[in-house]
Design a protein around this ligand. Structure first.
Ligand SMILES: [Zn+2]
Length: 263
């Protein structure tokens, strides 16, 4: 893993981001790991994300986990298939119990943010992201669990905690990049277009180096902060932050390699 290779990747990405419209609807594939929703269909999980939460459960499910739904909270609905059972006589003349779907039923669920009570159970991620040692070296605590407004991750400048609600490495890299960025520039405590571009472009390069592809998601993410959703505008904002991205990536890789020597 060399810094040279990272910088080459960065150059390629900026070229790609500046010249090509990437497919719009390619959403980040996420692995949901909190609560029952991790077993939901992709459609239902998208519905949940559109409602701005990473953890939604039925009224009773919240009760079972030691939390209660706050007064006045509104439910939203996910769809579950309705299954009927039917006795069918097989070739041997015996009756089989056959299940078949007969449509969908809406199930009301409430978002984590509308509940109170016992803290939700901690979960252990199935796979830890690369470069976790860098967070440790920076003195950052990494926690897994639902985030306040359902975003994939967050970095809190004050508490120095990275919170992740999903396991794709580029989400972690994005937050780690915010941290690295904060070591040489004081960051604004808001979603600032330049800061977000620094973080996501860095994350995209690091993801590439570790064999993950976050290109499409990154392009769309940066475009959502650019003046307009065009390759030109995305290219412009990328160019503007290029030297900061180089600094962030260099710092992260150098920190990582320093540790390898020590170990
Ligand atoms: Zn960010």
């Amino acid at each position: 893993m060399t810094i040279q290779k990272a910088l080459e990747e960065l150059g390629n990405l900026v070229k790609l981001f500046s010249s090509q419209e990437l497919p719009e609807m390619c959403k980040q594939v996420f692995i949901q790991n909190v609560g029952p929703s991790r077993k939901w269909s992709l459609g239902n999980r998208l519905v949940m994300l559109l409602h701005g939460t990473a953890d939604a459960r039925g009224y009773r499910q919240w009760q079972e986990s030691g939390r209660y739904v706050k007064k006045g909270a509104k439910a939203f609905y996910i769809l579950a298939p309705m299954i009927r059972h039917k006795k069918v006589v097989n070739e041997k003349g015996k009756e089989d119990d056959v299940k078949f779907p007969v449509g969908f039923i809406g199930i009301p669920v409430f978002q984590y943010e509308d509940t109170d009570g016992k803290p939700v159970e901690e979960y252990q991620p199935t796979k830890l992201p690369p470069l976790l040692d860098v967070a440790e070296k920076f003195g950052v605590k990494v926690e897994y669990g639902p985030t306040i407004s359902g975003e994939g991750g967050s970095y809190n400048l004050v508490t120095n905690v990275i919170k992740l609600s999903q396991e794709n490495p580029d989400t972690f890299f994005h937050e780690l990049a915010h941290k690295a960025h904060s070591t040489f520039e004081s960051l604004k405590p808001v979603q600032d277009p330049e800061q977000e571009t620094v973080a996501q472009l860095s994350a995209c390069v690091l993801a590439k180096l570790y064999g993950y592809d976050a290109t499409t998601f990154s392009w769309n993410y940066i475009a959502s902060y650019a003046e307009e959703k065009s390759p030109e505008a995305v290219g412009r904002i990328c160019m503007r932050v290029l030297s900061k991205v180089q600094k962030v990536i260099t710092l992260i890789i150098e920190t990582h390699e320093k540790q390898e020597v020590v170990v």
